[in-house]
Design a protein around this ligand. Structure first.
Ligand SMILES: [Zn+2]
Length: 111
């Protein structure tokens, strides 16, 4: 670890590249959190409201279930096309900078 810090101190381009990569990783994770946490809270509150109303619902706070029973948290489900629901393939050799859904051709907003 000290060797890595020394390398970063001696080579500004490497330090800039490392800081940029770290920034992209953190930004990508925060993008997921910003999109998914409100949805998770809304589902949890709906489950609690349904429970108070006497309707049976899955009130698992860690991974609240959607009305169709699928889990929704920071890890699952994978990204989907907002237009057709096509699940984004997991690294099938395609670059992650794809801008259109391969199924319907709709422009994708990265989340
Ligand atoms: Zn689509």
């Amino acid at each position: 670890m000290p060797a890595m810090i020394e390398l970063l101190q001696q080579s500004p381009p490497v330090a800039i590249a490392a800081a940029s990569l770290l920034g992209l990783l953190i930004g990508s994770f925060l993008n997921v959190v910003i999109y998914r946490v409100p949805v998770m809270l809304e589902r949890e509150w709906a489950a609690q409201a349904a429970e108070l109303a006497g309707v049976t619902a899955d009130a698992d706070a860690a991974a609240p279930a959607s009305p169709d029973g699928a889990k929704f948290n920071l890890m699952v489900p994978r990204s989907r096309c907002p237009s057709c629901g096509h699940e984004e393939p997991h690294r099938q050799g395609e670059p992650c900078t794809r801008r259109r859904c391969p199924q319907c051709g709709q422009a994708l907003i990265r989340r």
